[in-house]
Ligand binder design. Structure first.
Ligand code: CO8
Length: 373
């Protein structure tokens, strides 16, 4: 049995930024267009008029100030309201693979490793650009990695579930080192015309190198334990899929072909599950709340993280104990907790313990307890 460690992380951040102000201005222009186009139907009571969004609401409800996007021009065009990406030929790398390669190269560099040291690639994300061939195999090919790759999807918990899969393979000896990559183009499956959710998400890609402790060349974190939990819920859902055209209304512009959620229910139901999961995982590994230096939480909502931090520590977390990055990135699905870990772990001293925890659709919760070596 080998001890798995996290020896490197990398973050690819798209250069384009959408501020709340830009987002709300574009959304409200869309509302004006919609209400004008549907004036007669609205007056007849057949169609509901759309209401404006507001920057103050977004900040108060979520803590989000801005987000990165692979394309902002389409999202901010009231006649389009989704990203516009150039058509790529089948011989070009896919956009998800391109983001993944950038993040993987950064993770390899921070671990002092090259592709020759790696045996596998797991692309774990909440949506994949195509069903097959796997993006992970394309990334493997672009990096020149011998071995294998596969894609997996556990929505916002994809990264921690991917790290558990990688850690188990390292432990058993089926691979020496594995890149777990999370390319999240959430802007592609967000409904930008829905004010209840149009502010929530952003794009990014994170990568984590998990390898055998005896091979680690750089500073690293021992993976003490991983734990995954799922419990079925319809409250976060995307009904798009390969059977779309076979259903009677399958090819129309249906709302449920994009991200849908009952945000209030998610908030109420997921929080106790996450707090219980983290406390149980810590207790079973002899980690008391007082032993914890930091929590790198999923980045969906500031109030959610404040609540979880307080529940787990039994007090309001001090500055730095539960760092948020969502104010700059918004919810980047599976990548959020890894961005937080990547940006806020350099100050750890040998022996310091922390926990990475993600949660979301499924419902799903994944936690990784780490100790700085
Ligand atoms: N501007 C102004 N007013 C608004 C806006 C807006 N943009 N949006 C809503 N309002 C109004 C509502 O209409 C409502 O008005 P009224 O009281 O008159 O009915 C009022 O403001 C309050 O609305 P809400 O109850 O919806 O507001 P909340 O305080 O609940 O905040 C949140 C909404 C921020 C969505 C909150 O509920 C939340 O964060 N919930 C948890 C969400 C969450 O964590 N979801 C996880 C999903 S992510 C995941 O699992 C990965 C999925 C895969 C990725 C998908 C990528 C696209």
């Amino acid at each position: 049995m080998h001890q798995p460690v996290i020896s490197g992380t990398g973050v690819f951040t798209p250069s384009e930024i959408i501020t709340n102000e830009e987002l709300v201005e574009a959304f409200n222009a869309y509302v004006d267009l919609f209400n004008e186009e549907n004036k007669a139907a609205i007056e007849a009571g057949e169609v509901e008029a759309k209401a404006y969004s507001s920057v103050d609401f977004i900040v108060a409800a979520s803590g989000i100030h801005r987000r990165h996007a692979v394309d902002k021009s389409g999202i901010l065009d009231p006649e389009v309201m989704h990203p516009l990406l150039r058509q790529r030929s089948d011989d070009e790398p896919s956009i998800m693979a391109e983001m993944a390669v950038d993040a993987c190269n950064k993770a390899l560099k921070s671990a002092g490793k090259t592709a020759a040291d790696v045996d596998a690639v797991i692309v774990a994300a909440s949506n994949h650009e195509r069903p097959y061939p796997a993006i992970a195999i394309e990334v493997q090919d672009l990096l020149g990695i011998k071995g294998f790759g596969f894609d997996m999807n556990v929505a916002c918990s994809s990264a921690t579930f991917g790290i558990q899969a990688a850690a188990d393979m390292i432990r058993s000896g089926s691979a020496r080192a594995i890149l777990v990559v999370n390319p999240e183009i959430t802007t592609g499956h967000l409904e930008w015309r829905d004010r209840d959710c149009h502010f929530i998400f952003g794009d990014v890609c994170t990568a984590t190198l998990v390898e055998r402790k005896e091979d680690a060349a750089a500073e690293h974190f021992d993976i003490i334990s991983t734990r995954c939990l799922t419990q079925f819920s319809n409250n976060i859902r995307n009904n798009n899929g390969f059977l779309r055209r076979s259903r009677p209304d399958g090819v129309k512009d249906r709302r449920d072909m994009q991200f849908m959620q009952n945000g209030r229910k998610v908030f109420k139901e997921v929080l106790p599950i996450v707090a219980r999961h983290m406390l149980g995982h810590m207790e079973d590994n002899g980690v008391a709340p007082a032993d914890l230096r930091r929590m790198w939480l999923h980045q969906a909502n500031k109030a959610m993280n404040d609540f979880i931090g307080k529940k787990v520590l039994g007090r309001v977390p001090e500055a730095g104990e539960q760092p948020n990055i969502l104010q700059n990135y918004a919810n980047t699905s599976s990548a959020g907790s890894i961005i937080a870990f990547s940006k806020y772990s350099d100050d750890f001293q040998s022996g310091d313990v922390g926990i990475i925890c993600s949660f979301g659709a499924g419902y799903s919760v994944g936690s990784v307890i780490v100790r700085k070596a």
